[in-house]
Every structure is written in C-alpha cells, then in structure tokens.
Design a binder for this molecule. Structure first.
Ligand code: NAD
Length: 494
C-alpha cells in the first residue's frame, strides 16, 4: 500500500508519524493508498523550509511569479483528463463533475496569472503641498491552507494559486480522504519552475492542523470544512495572532414560486440537490414550494430521479451520480433520512439501501426527496451533505424567505420564478451570501469572492477574487516629501 510522502523544502519526505489514515476509492469501497497523520515536527520542518524560501520568492517580480502560473496552466491542461480521473477515483464523483472541479480550480490559476495587475497599489499626488502618498501590497510570509474532502482540486486551488502569486510561501494540509490530486499537482508546480520550499504539503489530521494554528512562523490560515471545525479554527487561529478566513458548512434553501418554469426548474433542482451526490457546500438542501409550486414541480422531479443511474465512476460507462465519500458517511446520511421520516417527513423518493450490482462494496445512497418537512424536523436545519432534498411548503414568498432565514447557515439561497419583482424581493431580503435566480448552484467564479455568511463563514476576507488578494497581502502606505531644492540642485531649476 502506497504511503503518501509529505513535500517539504521541495523534497518528498517520509513523515515521522506512525499513525496512518486510509485513502479509499468510494466507488468500490477499496483502499487505494494511505496518508501519514503528520506530527508537529513535520509541520515545523515545512515551516522552516518555507521561511528559508520566502525572502527570494518575495523579491521575485510579480510578472515572473505569474509566469510560473502560466506554465502550470499549460501543464494542467496537458494532464487534464488524467487528473480528472484521479479526482473521480479518490472522491467518487462522476468524470464530468471531476472535470468541473478541476476546471474551476484551473480558473484560479488563470486569475493568479494577473498578479502584476492584482497587486497594484494606489497613489495620490499632493496629499498636502509637495507630499505624495502611495500604497504597496506586500506578501504576508508563510501561510497555510486546510481543506475538506469534497473538492480535491477546487478548494485547495481557491487558496494557493493566489497566495503564491502574491509572493507568499504556502503549506497545504489536504483532506486526508482525498490527498492524491494535490500530490500530482505539486509535481506539476515543480515542473513549472516553482522554487523549492515555496509550496509544501503536510498530510494529516487534527495534530497537524493544531501545529499549523499554533506555529509562530505562520502568518495566515485559510480553512474550508464543516462549521464546528471552521469556528474552532477561526477562534484558535485568531488567538495565535493569525489572519484567518474560515469557510464552514451550509444548508441552502431553494424557493420555488408557483410561476416557475416547471421543466428547467426540476432539472435545476436535480443538479443542485444531487450533483456531486449532494456533497457540495452550495448544494440545494431544502426546497420551499410556494402555493401550488410543489404540485407543479415535484412529480416531474421524482420522474427525473427515477431515471437517474447511480454507480461507480472509475469505469468507462459513467453514471448520473457516484458514491458518497465513506461507508460511515453513507450510514450517517441513511440515518438522517430515517430521522427525517420519523419526525413526520414523507419520503417520496428513497435512496436508502441503494444497491449497485457491479460495485457492491461502494458507498452508495440514491437520490432522496422528503416532502412535508417543517422546522419541527431536525433535517430542516442539519447539514446532511448527501443526495437528499427536503421539501417545505409555504403560502407566500414572505413565508418562504422567513423559512430560509430561520436557519443558522448562510452560504447559498436560490429562487425559481418568472417574476422579476419576486426575484428582487428575495435577493434583497434573503440572509445568504450567494444568491441564485433560476440558478441552482450559484457558486461564483474565480474573479468574484465566494461570499458565505452567518455560520458558513468566519472572518472578513473571503476566498477568490480581489478579497483573496487582500487576504494574502498586507498594505504598506508610504508618504513622501522632498525638501525644497537646495542651492546645489542646478539640474532641477532653471
Ligand atoms: P471537516 O470539517 O471534517 O474537515 C475539514 C478539514 O479539517 C480536513 O482537512 C480535516 O482533516 C480537518 N479537521 C477535521 N476535524 C478537525 C478537528 N477537530 N481539528 C482540526 N482539524 C480538523 O470537513 P469535510 O467533511 O472534509 O468536508 C465537508 C464540509 O466542508 C461540509 O460541511 C461542507 O459544507 C464544507 N465545505 C464548505 C465550503 C464553503 O465554501 N463554505 C466548501 C466546501 C466544503
């Protein structure tokens, strides 16, 4: 069984830790590798190597740093299909979804190619007579990123392409469940000409994360994962004097108005709730049907679901939906469906005990719809992170907005309608940072920030876009005055 090495100072090195964690192929339920649960000593070695690399990388002109990103983009395009297959294998998502995961990540590399422009400061002449002022954006130093399992390419690439382009050194702690994609990308970064020590990987779990949070040599932490961990990381990182951006879980509400166009709305609901087997922080999780909307849309959605093929994603024939990440997660999703049913929900499409003949040991849950869910039912507010759509009923848009705003998360919220007035009202009043109007997964692209709110985000500056640049840089403001020309300045004055 392959044990993945850490990447420290540009060298692949064996962790000092004896504890390992399995990496699975969820489609088959087979173990494909293992990762070390790295120790504080491993983290310290990575920080020291990064600190050594930082002074030269910081002085490397932004356009030269951008050239590394241009070369990396070309290398990623060359290996695109192989990388997508790897994502699919370690995560279980379909090849189309894996390609989307990588494409969105690659767009962050493209965005980072604009480093010279993104890093430009501001200036103003004559803030007082003969005095000028300008700002520079300078890198922070060594920064670290801690990632979840659900986007093996995209989420790490929300972080390091911009961090590196801004002149920082970066230490990545990938999800222990999907560590292989970034392992390969790290090799491509080296091939693209990134100097040793500028990008490091330390595999592991809590011990490695704690060591990153506590290490005085690390200036900033980017985290993406579940809300309890996101909140704890934010607090601990701040306590240790670090800049922290920490994205948490979600419960995204999809409001369907009676005037919504039934066919495209049903298709959008399917993609939102069941794409990536529901393991998306922007997945639609609760549909709130206003008035007659439920009766108009739900039968079509259930019909679509009946035609969906669930199965292994590591073969030539691709299913519509793959496995969930682990056996334990499959069991938890099944338990939550049963809990929802026991609290009065009506299961109108049941994915529990999904059987896949050619992959009997894979971790499958079929697409599930639970109607008649209300706030008395735990599944209305719990993040399930599986292919489960709960349905609530509301009499009015007001009621639907109140339902969407009652829960504690605030990542995404969507409305399906043909009324501009209803859409505007919803966009204005819903308490979520990313809104979709007839769009089921309103995840912004690289050049916009990924603006989660409430318990979906802790911090001030989000990932992606200009906020990402702001997060990975600090500003230096210089005020300049030159005293009146001395007698010797014959070259300046007539
Ligand atoms: P997770 O919180 O279990 O793990 C995330 C990372 O934290 C992993 O690297 C893990 O090793 C580490 N970790 C786990 N427990 C820890 C602890 N007690 N102390 C320190 N580190 C710990 O999340 P996951 O199951 O890998 O990912 C799914 C979650 O991520 C979902 O809740 C999903 O909504 C969320 N997510 C959010 C966004 C967003 O933008 N808001 C994006 C993607 C995923």
């Amino acid at each position: 069984m392959e044990t993945l090495p850490n990447l420290i100072g540009g060298q692949w090195s064996t962790s000092s830790a004896s504890e390992k964690s399995p990496v699975m192929n969820p489609s088959r339920g087979d173990q494909i590798a293992e990762v070390p649960m790295s120790s504080a000593a491993d983290v310290d070695a990575a920080v020291q190597a990064a600190q050594k690399a930082f002074p030269d990388w910081r002085e490397t002109p932004p356009n030269e740093r951008a050239q590394v990103m241009y070369r990396l983009k070309a290398l990623l395009e060359d290996e695109f299909d192989e990388l997508a297959k790897g994502i699919s294998r370690e995560h279980g998502k379909t090849l189309i979804e894996a390609r989307g995961d990588l494409r969105r990540g690659l767009e962050m590399v493209e965005y980072a190619c604009g480093a010279p422009t993104l890093l430009m400061g501001e200036s103003l002449e004559n803030i007082a007579r003969g005095i000028d002022c300008h700002t520079d954006r300078v890198p922070l130093g060594v920064v670290a990123g801690i990632c979840p399992f659900n986007f093996p390419a995209l989420v790490p690439m929300w972080m390091w392409p911009l961090a590196l382009a801004c002149g920082n050194c970066f230490i990545l702690k990938p999800s222990e469940k999907v560590p292989m994609t970034m392992q390969r990308v790290a090799e491509l970064l080296k091939k693209a000409g990134l100097p040793d020590g500028v990008f490091s990987i330390v595999h592991g779990g809590r011990e490695a994360v704690d060591a990153l949070l506590e290490h005085p040599g690390i200036e900033a932490i980017s985290f993406v994962g579940s809300t309890p961990v996101a909140e704890a990381i934010y607090k601990k990182g701040c306590l240790h004097g670090k800049r922290v951006q920490s994205a948490g879980g979600a419960k995204n509400f999809l409001v369907i108005m009676p005037d919504a166009d039934p066919e495209p709305t049903a298709a959008a609901l399917r993609d939102s709730a069941f794409g990536c087997a529901g393991e998306r922080c922007m997945a639609g999780s609760v549909a709130v049907a206003v008035g007659e909307a439920g009766n108009r849309i739900l039968p079509g959605l259930v019909d679509i679901i009946k035609g969906m093929k669930v199965g292994p994603t590591d073969g030539v024939d691709q299913p519509d939906m793959g496995a969930v990440i682990t056996g334990a997660h499959r069991d938890r999703v099944n338990e939550l469906i049963s809990l929802g049913e026991s609290k009065g929900g009506k299961v109108i499409a049941d994915g529990r005990n999904a059987k896949v003949a050619d992959a009997p040991d894979g971790f499958y849950v079929g697409p599930t719809v639970i109607d008649e869910v209300d706030y008395g039912n735990d599944i209305a507010t719990t993040e399930i992170f599986g292919p489960v759509l709960s349905v609530m009923r509301a009499k009015t848009l007001d009621e639907a907005i109140a339902a969407a705003n009652k829960q504690s998360f605030g990542n995404g919220a969507c409305i399906f309608t043909t009324s501009g007035k209803a859409a505007r009202e919803f966009r204005h009043r819903v308490s979520a940072g990313m809104v979709g109007v007839n769009v089921g997964v309103p995840a912004p692209l690289a050049y916009f920030p990924f603006t989660g709110w409430n318990q979906s985000f802790y911090g001030d500056l989000h990932m992606q876009g200009r906020e990402g640049v702001q997060f990975y840089t600090k500003q230096k403001t210089t005020t300049t005055r030159w005293f009146s020309f001395g007698e010797g300045d014959i070259w300046v004055k007539d």
